[in-house]
Design a protein around this ligand. Structure first.
Ligand SMILES: Nc1ncnc2c1ncn2[C@@H]1O[C@H](COP(=O)(O)OP(=O)(O)OP(=O)(O)O)[C@@H](O)[C@H]1O
Ligand SMILES: [Mg+2]
Length: 255
């Protein structure tokens, strides 16, 4: 396997000297091409900050993030635009749909930006909408959708371009268990069929059990790791529950 992502001693501070928040405190880990990794940790532990730094939405204060050996923190101009448009699928914690576009247009926009031929756009949107069961809401605007529907539209938008790296921030947070299962199975397919690399933040042990590896984050640092190995999803789920219970304290309160 090839290393796709290297996070090296990354620090991220918010605020100024009088009120400084260390959101990331020297975190390091690597992700291999084609790995499906979940990130767990209490609220405020730095999960969203980490994804935002990897996606280049946010700048690191110190350290490096290498993707395919290239430092994304140093990407500029066309190379940065190309990386964001063509290689990355981001599912945001707050969905980030464009309010003035319908669900269909929100999803189609991701393909237009990537310069997908016009004739391919409608079939691709219909296909992913079918898989995530949102066909009947495609003509609605975000304000007309439920939280779970918005989340699935946002997921469809991120996955429709078949990106190499999917960053998903609580993608199942607003979903009932059936919809969550559907989305997680779609992630697994993408992971297996296209060898997509997935980094998924979740509070939920069930969602995490679909991943092959779990990174536990506390106070902006990596402090535990679980690897699925040959375990079935159910056995892995039980191990995650054990860790979450054993770790105790503020982490278990939040998970
Ligand atoms: N833009 C910002 N300005 C100042 N502080 C911030 C900012 N964004 C995040 N923080 C702080 O950084 C820390 C990490 O926040 P982050 O959003 O990464 O947590 P999280 O693990 O995603 O939490 P949650 O599970 O609640 O989504 C928190 O203490 C938060 O208050
Ligand atoms: Mg968050």
């Amino acid at each position: 396997m090839e290393t796709l992502l290297q996070v090296k001693d990354v620090e991220k501070y918010y605020g100024n000297k009088s009120s400084l928040t260390k959101a990331l405190d020297g975190i390091s880990f690597t992700v291999e091409q084609g790995e499906f990794t979940a990130i767990m940790g209490a609220s405020g532990s730095g999960k969203t900050t980490l994804l935002n730094c990897i996606s280049t939405i946010d700048r690191v204060s110190a350290g490096q993030i290498l993707l395919d050996g290239k430092d994304v923190t140093a990407l500029k101009g066309d190379a940065l635009t190309k990386f964001r448009r063509e290689e990355l699928g981001f599912i945001f914690q707050d969905f980030n749909l464009l309010d003035t576009l319908t669900a269909y247009e929100n999803i189609a926009l991701a393909l237009s930006i990537k310069k997908t031929p016009v004739s391919e756009i409608a079939p691709k949107v219909r296909e992913i909408a079918g898989q995530l069961q949102i066909e009947d809401v495609l003509n609605k605007y975000p304000y007309q959708l439920s939280g779970g529907q918005k989340q699935r539209v946002a997921s469809a938008r991120a996955l429709v371009t078949e990106p190499k790296l999917v960053l998903a921030d609580e993608p199942t947070g607003a979903l009932d268990s059936k919809s969550a299962k559907m989305l997680l199975e779609r992630f697994s397919d993408l992971n297996v069929l296209w060898n997509a690399t997935i980094l998924m933040v979740t509070h939920d042990s069930f969602s995490a059990s679909y991943a092959k590896r779990i990174l536990f984050i506390k106070d902006g640092r990596l402090f535990h790791e679980l690897v699925r190995g040959g375990d079935s999803r159910k056995d892995f789920f039980n191990k995650i529950i054990d860790v979450v219970t054993l770790l105790g304290g503020d982490l278990s309160d939040a998970l």
